[in-house]
Design a protein around this ligand. Structure first.
Ligand SMILES: Nc1ncnc2c1ncn2[C@@H]1O[C@H](COP(=O)(O)OP(=O)(O)O)[C@@H](O)[C@H]1O
Ligand SMILES: [Mg+2]
Length: 262
């Protein structure tokens, strides 16, 4: 059982090649991290899987996405959620004028079956903080609470796979820890996780497997424990030095030159 991305190529506005053949696999019982500098194509990868390219004038020009072995149609976002894949977008987009519970209800809109109250209760069990604040207007929640609400809303659809785009962005270390624990418990309850993070230390501390993306390509693919031990990854991603002008290859190249010159 896995979510598969096969040789995906994505073009924006018919000219901007943002993915150049990215491939990865997310088993349903694992956390898979995708690391990469700004502009590497991480968000594009998620948009391509969940049918959100259209609104950004992007198109898949090659490759496909598969769910438990069958190709899925990624042109319609609602269809992808129905198939079992939910996403939490970058920047925790909650409906700020709605209450917490109203936000959760939006997350269940693709399902007709099942009792709504059971679904709320399941989420409140997972996120006690949302239960305490269920009638509060989402716009008044803290950044961390809004991120939890965004994750809770995605979980209302009871997805087989959950995709998270930079869930720790802009949050205090203590809140990041809570989010991290939550991601682990979601995996343990049987939902596969695709975790996109600039915070490589956080991502690799819980991931089972990791990929590194550069310039629209998945350039590295290894067990998380191996990535944690890789000195180039440490220097490049864990040292906070990653930006879009350098690549992992540059670092390796630079180190080789330095060795050669000394
Ligand atoms: N809507 C868009 N139109 C044109 N180019 C885009 C659009 N969105 C992203 N891009 C470009 O695609 C590349 C990958 O962006 P993105 O997927 O956002 O990277 P990341 O999430 O890794 O920072 C970047 O060069 C970015 O400028
Ligand atoms: Mg992004």
């Amino acid at each position: 059982m896995s979510l598969g991305v096969h040789n995906l190529e994505v073009v924006y506005e018919d000219v901007m090649l943002a993915l150049r053949g990215a491939s990865l696999s997310v088993p349903q019982d694992k956390i898979v991290a995708v690391l990469g500098a700004n502009g590497a194509g991480k968000t594009t990868l998620l948009r391509a899987i969940t049918g959100l390219l259209d609104v950004h004038r992007g198109k898949i020009t090659r490759g496909h996405v598969s769910l438990d072995g069958s190709t899925i149609d990624t042109r319609k976002a609602a269809g992808v959620v129905k198939a079992g894949v939910s996403q939490v977008m970058e920047g925790r987009r909650v409906f700020t004028e709605f209450t917490v519970e109203e936000n959760l209800r939006v997350g269940a809109h693709t399902q007709s079956s099942g009792d709504l109250k059971d679904k709320y209760d399941r989420i409140y069990g997972m996120f006690p903080i949302l239960a305490d604040r269920k009638d509060a207007v989402a716009g008044y929640l803290s950044g961390g609470e809004q991120q939890m609400l965004a994750i809770g809303r995605a979980m209302m659809a009871q997805p087989k796979y959950l995709l998270l785009d930079e869930p720790s962005l802009g949050l205090a270390p203590k809140i990041v820890e809570q989010i991290r624990d939550l991601i682990v418990s979601i995996r343990d309850s049987g939902t596969g996780i695709l975790l996109i993070e600039q915070n490589a230390a956080m991502a690799l501390s819980i991931a089972d497997h990791g990929y590194v993306m550069e310039n629209g390509l998945t350039v590295m693919d290894a067990p998380a424990e191996k990535l944690r031990a890789d000195s180039d990854i440490q220097e490049f991603y864990l040292g906070g030095g990653a930006d879009s002008t350098t690549s992992l290859r540059d670092v390796k190249h630079y180190k080789r030159r330095k060795r050669w010159l000394s």
